[in-house]
Design a protein around this ligand. Sequence first.
Ligand SMILES: *[C@@H]1O[C@H](CO)[C@@H](O)[C@H](O)[C@H]1NC(C)=O
Ligand SMILES: *[C@@H]1O[C@H](CO)[C@@H](O)[C@H](O)[C@H]1NC(C)=O
Ligand SMILES: *[C@@H]1O[C@H](CO)[C@@H](O)[C@H](O)[C@H]1NC(C)=O
Ligand SMILES: *[C@@H]1O[C@H](CO)[C@@H](O)[C@H](O)[C@H]1NC(C)=O
Ligand SMILES: *[C@@H]1O[C@H](CO)[C@@H](O)[C@H](O)[C@H]1NC(C)=O
Length: 285
Amino acid sequence: MLFLQLFSALIFYSQVQGVTPYSLQNCMVHEQWSKMIKVLCYHQNLPRVPSHLPWNVNNLDLSENQIASLRQSDFSKLSLLQVLNVSQNQIHLIEEGTFTHTSSLKILNLTSNQLRVLSSSMFDGLGNLTVLLLRENNIDRIEASAFAHLMKLKVIDLSSNKLHSLNALDVVFKVKSLEELHIRENNITNFTTKDIVNVPMWLRELDASHNPVSFIDVATDALYRLLSLDLSFSGTHNHITWIIQDPCFLKGLKRLYLGGIFMTPLDIGCGPKTELLFARGDPPK
Ligand SMILES: *[C@@H]1O[C@H](CO)[C@@H](O)[C@H](O)[C@H]1NC(C)=O
Ligand SMILES: *[C@@H]1O[C@H](CO)[C@@H](O)[C@H](O)[C@H]1NC(C)=O
Ligand SMILES: *[C@@H]1O[C@H](CO)[C@@H](O)[C@H](O)[C@H]1NC(C)=O
Ligand SMILES: *[C@@H]1O[C@H](CO)[C@@H](O)[C@H](O)[C@H]1NC(C)=O
Ligand SMILES: *[C@@H]1O[C@H](CO)[C@@H](O)[C@H](O)[C@H]1NC(C)=O
């Protein structure tokens, strides 16, 4: 009898450990070791960020809702928030100051929203952010100091937007801590390193594939530390003119992806051999 009571008590205990006794309308609250609070509110048709979120939430998933804007007050009490997923909403506006009190945030997922301009103060306060995902928006402009205070940012994904030149990405290249940049599927027609003035010291990976690039001009050594460059499926008719003024301008390159484009292999790199990868497309004849 005692054994049975103990047994059911154990079951009860293991249940409360997974999910806390309190709940939030439309959301599930998971608590692990009473420290990691995860709040899941995805796919609930929410028109806005719920108020009364637990102050100590670390991980918040608001994806797949109908949220149209992020407001100053939405996250102002969530100073322990580390991961925020607001992907697959209708966000076209992020108010200035929205993130000023979420300085612990490390991952911000804004994939599949309606952002058009990244404004100067939009991301203020995100001094610990390492990953910023902005894929599948309508971004065609990034204001000069949009990323100015993101001192720890390592990964930016701007794929599937409307950016039209490397020049317009000047502000992205100014992020000193940047290691990985994805600008796949935009509207970039000229890829010339002359448009890249500042290059982050640690930038290792650049994915510029699936852009209507017809002209690649490696005219400076701006990208000489890059390890991986993806230019596959460039060009409108898959024809591409490549000018590389000095093979040493890409001397750090280990992998160059050229799948799906018609081009003869070039002499690139002047150190250890660069691997040319034609995966996902045919090698040029
Ligand atoms: C939202 O982000 C979190 C953390 O990165 C992840 O665990 C979750 O699967 C994401 N949700 C969706 C729908 O992708
Ligand atoms: C970001 O959101 C997209 C779309 O919901 C999802 O596919 C992806 O896994 C998410 N990534 C992270 C790191 O949460
Ligand atoms: C980074 O996060 C830590 C811990 O949450 C916090 O104390 C610190 O102020 C944050 N740094 C910045 C630059 O925001
Ligand atoms: C791409 O840019 C060209 C001009 O360079 C413009 O005419 C065209 O409308 C743009 N396409 C998209 C999908 O934004
Ligand atoms: C692309 O480069 C060509 C040749 O240098 C130039 O005529 C054209 O104006 C450039 N287009 C853009 C959008 O920068």
